[in-house]
Design a protein around this ligand. Structure first.
Ligand code: HEM
Length: 415
């Protein structure tokens, strides 16, 4: 059957009401068609199994971030050009070459080696923030991934506040909101300039720490001819952007979930392994990404032919709520089986390279946050960011009782 002949429900993912609570919309859509809906910018594949099956077909799908530049009306602009050439947009050999440069630096082992750094960063942030006993958790959380990334590439801490402002702007890159484009341009140009200065300083022999770091590894790839300088700048900007609001939003979503589940929250303070269970269940339950793709050829799936050039959106953020994936999907249950096979980090050739870093950061962060921020409660209203792109909460004001630092756990991904 042809796609156009199907009577499909409409999923208003661009609607702020959808962003606030997508699940009733999802349930209604499911009752009309088991896996497919129409959206404002193409079709939406919402069923867990269909997302998994289709995203695995790397040859049949191309990433569609270039198309987002068109939708945003930003062709031939610095941000638009960068989006059209960055890692997620790159295809075939070019993608493989760029991914192969990064992949050896983003293994579970590398992530584990950074756990001590992550613990240090979150502890210092907690030392600074907890005495107030009230703050916006989203703002607090935003400093965590950016400080870790800056340390991993040897960037000076003084760069963090302005980088954060630019990354906040770039967080709405795929939001499909055209009025945001000027802020995207400013944000991109600032981080690009920062990347170029950092690389130039390193090439001139200036470095903050004597230890070899990620920037040394990437520069080695440039020196070996595996990467051009322009590609290095693009990768650095991309790593900041890819790791910033995904991690910050996920940690904030987890805090939001735990504010309503104080027994789980309290257990996170003493039970390091449980923090990982909470994180994996949260990634299944509600996570930030919707993946855009365009069909590179006609694709027939379960008898439906999707023509070449069709825009498809895969809301992996909410796919874990599919009742065919797990029983009782709306229950947040860190003890459940199968939770780790969620799709929060995507699937196929663009699957998140930073997933081990992200997981380590969240586990370490959650454990120490729960020790230092006790009895947290909501202290003001929150809202939700646009669902397209990187979804998450906008603001999570909390009040709490501060507690002193405890002995730190020393674990790795297997703990
Ligand atoms: C909870 C946090 C995170 C989530 C939910 C997440 C999610 C995702 C998803 C869904 C994709 C695939 C997008 C697509 O196929 O179109 C992706 C790609 C990617 N992510 Fe993450 N991410 C997170 C954190 C990070 C971090 C911390 C980094 C780096 C430090 C990172 C680096 C990357 C890279 C490099 C890619 C592109 C891979 C490629 O194109 O081959 N991510 N991420």
């Amino acid at each position: 059957m042809k796609l156009q002949e199907l009577d499909l429900p409409y999923l208003p993912m661009e609607d702020p009401d959808f962003a606030r609570d997508p699940y009733p919309y999802l349930e209604r859509a499911r009752s009309v068609h088991p896996w497919l809906a129409k959206g404002a910018f193409g079709y939406v594949v919402h069923q867990y199994k269909a997302i998994q099956d289709l995203l695995r077909q790397d040859g049949a799908l191309q990433s569609a971030y270039g198309g987002i530049v068109d939708i945003m009306g930003a062709k031939n602009t610095p941000w638009g050009d960068w989006t059209e050439r960055h890692l997620l947009t790159a295809q075939q050999e070019r993608h493989l070459r760029l991914r192969n440069v990064l992949a050896p630096k983003f293994t579970p082992r590398q992530a584990n080696e950074n756990r001590a750094l992550m613990r240090r960063v979150i502890s210092e942030l907690l030392d600074e923030w907890v005495p107030a006993e009230t703050f916006d958790f989203e703002e607090f959380a935003s400093y965590f991934p950016i400080t870790v990334m800056c340390t991993m590439i040897g960037a000076p801490p003084s760069a963090i506040p302005s980088l954060r402002a630019s990354l906040e702007a770039l967080g709405l890159s795929a939001s499909m909101q055209r009025d945001h484009v000027p802020a995207l341009q400013r944000g991109f140009e600032h981080i690009d300039g920062f990347a170029q200065e950092l690389v130039a300083a390193r090439q001139a022999g200036t470095r903050l720490r004597p230890q070899r770091d990620l920037l040394d590894d990437l520069l080695e790839a440039v020196n070996n001819g595996g990467l051009s300088l322009r590609e290095l700048y693009d990768l650095l900007v991309f790593l900041f952007v890819a790791g910033f609001d995904t991690s910050k939003n996920m940690l904030t979503i987890i805090m939001d979930l735990l504010l309503d589940r104080p027994e789980f929250y309290a257990r996170c303070a003493g039970d390091y392994a449980f923090c990982r269970d909470v994180m994996e269940e949260a990634l299944r339950y509600c996570s930030p990404a919707t993946i855009p793709r365009i069909t590179a050829q006609d694709v027939t799936y379960r008898g439906v032919t999707i023509p070449e050039g069709t825009g498809l959106y895969f809301p992996v953020s909410i796919a874990g709520r599919d009742p065919l994936f797990v029983p009782n999907p709306d229950k947040f249950d860190p003890g459940r089986e199968k939770r780790a096979s969620h799709l929060a980090f995507g699937m196929g050739m663009h699957m998140c390279l930073g997933q081990f870093i992200a997981r380590a950061q969240i586990q370490e962060g959650l454990h120490l946050i729960a020790q230092r921020i006790t009895s947290p409660r909501r202290a003001g209203p929150s809202s939700w960011r646009p669902f397209y792109g990187v979804w998450g909460m906008r603001g999570l004001p909390i009040a709490f009782t501060s507690a002193p630092a405890r002995q730190q756990a020393t674990g790795d991904a297997t703990s």
